[in-house]
Design a protein around this ligand. Structure first.
Ligand code: SF4
Ligand code: SF4
Length: 329
């Protein structure tokens, strides 16, 4: 643990220095803060999740757990394409896309537009075995970011809150082997989550070694530079002792990058300017609902522009963003 603490301290110092330099650079270079008239689009196709991660407010989310209505989904994608949009993901604020029974139908619909060049999502991979793997590979999904731990079922349960280690590990192995068969059709990025263990124990674990042998990604380097700093979702999550909340970086006159370049459709049809921390979809960053408005109206609304420009010009920071440690330069 002493080595981990020292390692963590070094990472904090180096990140703090990096952030300080970026803050100075960007404060004086407003061209960094770009407002995209047609942003990237995250579509939360479901807010149902199979997991109970220790750093996630899934358990206290108040909105109903539901899949995004298919008619609203198709209409929104049609409009996004008409606007000239090119980047769509199925990233959620809360939820795992593999819990959505319409996932592959939606993926095929999105990739039916040649204008949309890529499609993927962050996932815990716990339910991949429910899919026909060839259908999955032929759906148009071409990137996946996988959250996992690779040092046994006890450490997995501590982080993900459920007993799904063996199944998830098998799913990951199946995915990597199938990807080899498909000539690496899907870009797979493995994100190993922090556990309360020594680095050497994580790297020497046989499951880690097995997965490391199946990917070109440098998992050893990933674990070695891993930090224990995560975000507590604006104070909503009580983190275990081994995880630390990210510091609140200064943000005077510097809008969060997400507000300018990404918008989200929530599973209840609401559209938001923050694509990742408004977990109840009820903040002042909500632009409206697809049940009442077209997506194009909401993305190009005065409200979306004002949220960004009021922060940039007058340092008027939305309440949710004031204490958000997920803030992105
Ligand atoms: S972090 Fe993601 S995978 Fe974990 S509980 Fe939250 S939504 Fe589910
Ligand atoms: S600061 Fe936080 S709440 Fe605000 S847009 Fe960025 S990620 Fe979302």
């Amino acid at each position: 643990m002493a080595k981990n603490a020292w390692h963590n301290f070094i990472i904090l110092i180096s990140r703090s220095f990096h952030v300080a330099m970026r803050f100075i650079e960007f404060t004086f270079d407003k061209s960094h803060f770009i407002y995209e008239l047609v942003p990237k689009l995250s579509v939360e196709t479901t807010n149902i999740c199979s997991s109970k991660c220790v750093f996630c407010p899934n358990a206290i989310m108040k909105r109903p757990r539901e899949h995004l209505d298919m008619m609203l989904f198709k209409k929104a994608i049609d409009e996004f394409v008409k606007l000239g949009g090119t980047i769509v993901s199925f990233n959620t604020t809360i939820g795992d896309p593999l819990c959505d029974p319409y996932l592959l139908e939606r993926a095929r619909f999105v990739r039916g537009y040649s204008q949309i060049k890529s499609l993927g999502f962050v996932t815990n991979l716990q339910l991949l075995h429910k899919y026909n793997i060839d259908d999955f590979f032929n759906s148009g999904i071409n990137w996946l970011a996988i959250s996992i731990t690779l040092s046994g079922k006890d450490k997995y349960r501590e982080f993900f809150g459920i007993d799904a280690y063996e199944q998830t590990l098998n799913n990951l192995i199946m995915l990597l082997k199938t990807n080899q068969r498909y000539n690496n059709k899907i870009k797979v990025v493995i994100d190993i989550k922090p556990t309360n263990e020594r680095i050497v124990d994580r790297i020497n674990h046989p499951d880690f070694q097995l997965v490391n042998s199946l990917t070109k990604q440098d998992l050893v380097a990933l674990v070695e530079r891993m930090s224990y700093y995560v975000d507590d979702w604006v104070g909503a999550c009580k983190l275990p002792r081994y995880l630390k909340n990210r510091p609140l970086y200064p943000r005077f006159f510097c809008p969060c990058r997400l507000l300018g370049n990404t918008a989200i459709i929530f599973s209840n049809g609401k559209v938001g300017a923050c694509s990742c921390r408004d977990f109840n979809a009820d903040s002042e960053l909500i632009l409206g609902s697809l049940k009442e408005n077209d997506l194009s109206e909401l993305l190009q609304s005065d409200k979306r522009y004002r949220i960004f420009s009021d922060w940039l010009k007058y340092n008027k920071v939305p309440n949710l963003c004031r204490k958000c440690s997920h803030y992105l330069y």
